[in-house]
Design a protein around this ligand. Structure first.
Ligand code: SF4
Length: 458
């Protein structure tokens, strides 16, 4: 079969992957990890092409021409709540032209049977891209899945969830070479080109606002990850963005991977972790293995909020974690969730104070949104902050989706913009940023990202 892996066109630059969707917060765009993983799985049996209309900035007309030239039998497409109306219209027309359409995305994570019932063009929704579900559906299977929603020949629709949701999983080497060489941007990369790599799937923690914690947790064998990294190195890639949501959660496995990367000695990389996960031994191993930047969840300065949303650590642990990372000479990115129902002006001020105290290299503010399939969404529905029919939303912080108990959406957005300006427009911070730049590529990337971020927050 000819199978097209598609990131559809849109009016803005959307990031749709890993069951989240948003407009880009500054200017970054990385490879959609769902399609990367599926490229390996599907290339085993099918002729595969990748069309990433976000990376290539293709408008719908140009995208249709490219799709027609490939003439796919089936399209496996990303969709997102941020662009759901546009995605539906585009994909319905492709289905009319004869392609089978499978889709994956946040908006299909909840009430997926209803979404299929409303959208006759959609044959199936994938809920686990690390599984074999996509090739099984294309082969006509309708009952045995890890987690998928399918339309059957008799017209019935069912979500089948048989797992496994933990343990290990194997995927054939993701086919990075099928993705565009240009068009992806990542401000923490120190060299170009960079590649996005996933060594595990899901997350074992239960943070209630986060969809990744609802997916289970599975890991790839280290040897498979190394095979993928070596293939990238052979193509001249020296910069990696590990999309694992908590690097080092299985400590021995992480140490093994770091040891192998250190032996290779030629990769630089960025990863996510938690302030309570990486101890001194692991951080030292990561640094030796080429890690230069760590993205760590802070979320809030309030212990009450951290407990209410099941983060599993207190603000004091956050302080210790960041101090440890800095001691090992790694750059820090702190991510925060703001605009939860408990938020008020004073709590936002405390969050900014904490961001300044942690001496972060970068601050990433995420506006709370009721992500599909999360306990937080169930609570937001209960509180009447959103309705079950609210399918279109942006997790990128360009807008505030929810009011809080004391702030309306407009006030929340204005305060968030002020926080961004206060953090990034400190003269001392800007000088430090400039002094830390190691290459012309990095200087250009940071200037571009910084400008885009500030333009969005004036
Ligand atoms: S640790 Fe991070 S990825 Fe895991 S559930 Fe919590 S917020 Fe999500």
């Amino acid at each position: 079969m000819r199978v097209l892996l598609l990131n559809p066109p849109g009016k803005r630059i959307y990031i749709r992957d890993y069951f989240c969707s948003k407009t880009t917060k500054s200017n970054y765009l990385f490879h959609p990890v769902d399609l990367l993983v599926l490229s390996g799985t599907l290339a085993r049996e099918h002729e595969i092409a990748v069309l990433d209309c976000m990376a290539e900035r293709l408008d719908p007309e140009a995208a249709r021409a490219r799709i027609a030239a490939f003439a796919p039998d089936a399209i496996v497409s990303l969709v997102g709540s941020v662009s759901w109306d546009e995605d539906r219209e585009f994909l319905a027309r492709e289905a009319q032209r004869g392609a089978r359409v499978l889709a994956i995305g946040d908006v299909l994570q909840e009430a997926s049977e209803q979404r299929l019932a409303e959208n006759a063009w959609l044959e199936a929704a994938l809920h686990d891209f690390s599984s074999e579900d996509a090739p099984r559906i294309l082969a006509g299977e309708r009952d045995e899945f890890c987690d998928a929603t399918v339309r059957r020949a008799d017209g019935s629709i069912a979500r089948v969830r048989r797992g496994p949701r933990k343990g290990s999983f194997r995927v054939p080497r993701p086919r990075h070479e099928l993705f565009p060489r240009e068009g992806y941007r990542f401000s923490f990369a120190r060299r170009a080109p960079f590649a996005t790599v996933l060594s595990d799937y899901g997350c074992p923690y239960p943070c209630t606002f986060c969809v990744i914690g609802t997916l289970g947790f599975k890991t790839r064998p280290v040897t498979d990850v190394l095979e993928e990294l070596d293939a990238l190195r052979a193509r001249g890639v020296r910069e990696i963005f590990f999309m694992d949501q908590t690097f080092g959660v299985l400590r021995e496995r992480a140490l093994e991977l770091c040891g192998e990367l250190e032996r290779r000695g030629d990769l630089g990389w960025t990863a996510f972790t938690r302030p309570d996960t990486a101890d001194d031994e692991l951080l030292a191993a990561m640094k030796r293995a080429g890690c230069h930047t760590l993205i760590l969840g802070v979320e809030s300065a309030s212990d009450e909020v951290l407990a209410a949303y099941k983060k599993g650590y207190r603000a004091s642990v956050v302080r210790e974690g960041f101090a440890r990372v800095k001691r090992h000479g790694l750059r820090t990115v702190g991510t925060f969730i703001i605009g939860l129902p408990e938020e008020d002006e004073a709590s936002l001020a405390r969050t900014l104070e904490l961001a300044l105290e942690l001496d972060l290299d970068f601050m990433s503010l995420n506006m709370a949104v009721p992500r599909f399939g999360t306990p937080f969404r169930a609570r937001a529905l209960e509180l009447g902050l959103c309705g079950p029919a609210d399918l279109v939303m942006d997790q990128g912080g360009a807008d505030a989706f929810l009011p809080t108990s004391t702030l309306d959406r407009g006030a929340m957005l204005a305060l968030k913009k002020r926080m961004v300006r206060r953090f990034y427009l400190r003269p001392g911070y800007l000088l430090r940023r400039l002094a830390s730049v190691r290459s012309l590529h990095e200087l250009r990337a940071q200037a571009r990202e910084g400008l885009a971020l500030l333009t969005r927050n004036v």
